[in-house]
Design a protein around this ligand. Sequence first.
Ligand SMILES: Cc1cc2nc3c(=O)[nH]c(=O)nc-3n(C[C@H](O)[C@H](O)[C@H](O)COP(=O)(O)OP(=O)(O)OC[C@H]3O[C@@H](n4cnc5c(N)ncnc54)[C@H](O)[C@@H]3O)c2cc1C
Length: 255
Amino acid sequence: MARLGADFYVDLLADLEKSGQEIDFYQRSGVFLLKKDESKLEELYELALQRREESPLIGQLDVLNQASADELFPGLQGFDRLLYASGGARVDGHLLVTRLLEASQVKLVKEKVSLTPLASGYQIGEDLFDQVILATGAWLGDILELLGYEVDVRPQKGQLRDYQLSEDLASYPVVMPEGEWDLIPFAGGKLSLGATHENDMGFDLTVDETLLQQMEDAALPHYPALAGAKSSGERVGIRAYTSDFSPFFGEVPGL
Ligand SMILES: Cc1cc2nc3c(=O)[nH]c(=O)nc-3n(C[C@H](O)[C@H](O)[C@H](O)COP(=O)(O)OP(=O)(O)OC[C@H]3O[C@@H](n4cnc5c(N)ncnc54)[C@H](O)[C@@H]3O)c2cc1C
């Protein structure tokens, strides 16, 4: 599923470009994978080589020492070796949604709604529809439980912090250490550090400085430049998760 998801971006970008849309939300700047136990890197490298047969998008693969990694991400520390895949890409999610909405040319109504099934079709507000796609993320239960369904979808709180650095990070790879947090560099010197995975906070969207600080403390040995960077804000969101953490899609039984 991850492979097909990554491959899908290639088609999506081509389609958007054809319709004259900007594709500035996506950059293939590579990825660094770090392991606490670096002896596992060879195993990971071999696995990636096998996967690349099916997923050429993975690109160039190398186990890099610190000096070579420093050429791609100056100032990164706290490891002897890491795995580099040149095909790793980063996506600015907000910009992606903006570009998709621009391209779709649909009428957008921003309003909390509920769904009423009719003998034929559905009613939302005053409007009638033959078919409805529910893409309501963690809020799927809000809609379906009212209709008598049990829904195995729960909210997971995620917090990240953005930093502003003086150098342009456009070409820097994404850094994925083992554990919760990643370092995601963007053009113009923005660097995102995140994110937390909080399973017991419901739909709470408040910023928890303690957790953000813990994440920063864990990241600092790998990227000491963070200490001198200006924090440019926090972002908090809600992901959907299920009992086995797997995503799902399909028709609602009986609807
Ligand atoms: C901090 C954080 C970091 C993340 N990092 C990554 C990452 O690095 N990579 C990655 O792939 N994913 C990441 N994710 C997950 C990613 O954001 C989600 O998987 C993605 O946004 C899900 O998209 P979606 O459209 O299914 O749901 P959502 O983006 O949750 O959208 C659902 C929408 O439905 C609306 N809605 C719900 N109920 C109603 C209603 N009754 N009426 C009207 N509107 C309604 C909601 O307001 C919301 O806008 C992260 C999430 C968080 C919170």
